[in-house]
Write a protein that binds this ligand. Structure first.
Ligand SMILES: [Zn+2]
Length: 232
C-alpha cells in the first residue's frame, strides 16, 4: 500500500516549468536501465566524485546512485541515491526548455571563431551538440559548488577551420564539443582545482604551456591534469 501511495504522489506531482525539455515518468533507482536513466545521468554527470567520470550509458549502477546522492546533497535534498519526485523537480528547476542548464546556453559554447552552430567538426552536429550539453551540466555542477557565481566561457566548440586558425591541437577536445575554456570570476587556480570534482578529465591551467590566461576543462574520461602554477 505504501508503495502504491508513493507512486500516486509521484505521478500526480505538479509539473515544473521546464518540462519542454524532458519529463521523467517513473522513479529511478539502482538496477534500472533505459533512456530515462541516461537522461538523468547527463544531468548528474558533474557529481561523479573527485577524479571520477560518470558513464552516461543508461544503466543505473552504484556510480549513478552515488552521483544522484551527491546531487541531492548539493541541493539540500534527502540523499538516498534514488531519483524520485524531489530530485526531478530540482532538475526541472535547473534546466531550460532546450535541456541546457539554466546558467549556460548552446550559444555560449558554439563556434569559437565568431561563427555559430555545431557543424564543421569531426563528429556529426548532433553528437557534438550532445557533448556540449553534457559539458554544460558538468559546468553547472561546478558553478553551484563555487557559490553560484558566473563562469565565463571564452571558447567552446571549434570547427576544424576555427581550431586551425587559433592554433589548437589537431586532436583538441574543442573539436568534439567536449571542452570549455573559462576566464574571470574565480581565480584560474580555484577553477582548475574545483573542476577535479566534477568529472572533467582534461584540466589545463596556469603553468601549462599556453594556459596562463584561461582554464581549459574538457570531459574526456581519462585524467590529463596540468596546472603547475596551481600545484596540479
Ligand atoms: Zn581549451
Amino acid at each position: 500500500m505504501l508503495a502504491a501511495t508513493l507512486t500516486t504522489q509521484f505521478v500526480t506531482a505538479p509539473k515544473a516549468h521546464a518540462d519542454g525539455c524532458y519529463t521523467w515518468t517513473r522513479q529511478l533507482s539502482q538496477g534500472m536501465s533505459g533512456a530515462d536513466v541516461k537522461q538523468l545521468q547527463i544531468r548528474v554527470a558533474g557529481y561523479p566524485g573527485y577524479g571520477a567520470h560518470l558513464a552516461t550509458d543508461g544503466e543505473y549502477g552504484p556510480a549513478t546512485a552515488a552521483a544522484v546522492g551527491r546531487f541531492q546533497t548539493a541541493y539540500g535534498l534527502g540523499s538516498d541515491g534514488v531519483a524520485g519526485d524531489a530530485t526531478f523537480r530540482k532538475i526541472y528547476e535547473l534546466q531550460d526548455d532546450d535541456c541546457t542548464p539554466i546558467n549556460f546556453t548552446y550559444a555560449e559554447l558554439d563556434d569559437g571563431c565568431g561563427g555559430s552552430g555545431y557543424d564543421g567538426g569531426p563528429l556529426s552536429e548532433a553528437v557534438t551538440k550532445a557533448n556540449a550539453l553534457q559539458t554544460m551540466w558538468q559546468l553547472q555542477a561546478m558553478r553551484h559548488a563555487m557559490g553560484d557565481k558566473a563562469l565565463n566561457i571564452s571558447s567552446g566548440f571549434r570547427s576544424i577551420p576555427c581550431n586551425r586558425s587559433v592554433g589548437g591541437a589537431s586532436d583538441s577536445q574543442h573539436l568534439y564539443g567536449r571542452a570549455a575554456d573559462l576566464v574571470g570570476s574565480h581565480s584560474l587556480c580555484a577553477l582548475v582545482k574545483q573542476a577535479r570534482s566534477h568529472g572533467f578529465g582534461g584540466i589545463l591551467g596556469p603553468g601549462f604551456s599556453g594556459h596562463n590566461d584561461h582554464a581549459h576543462l574538457d570531459i574526456r574520461t581519462t585524467n590529463y591534469w596540468s596546472a603547475p602554477s596551481c600545484g596540479i
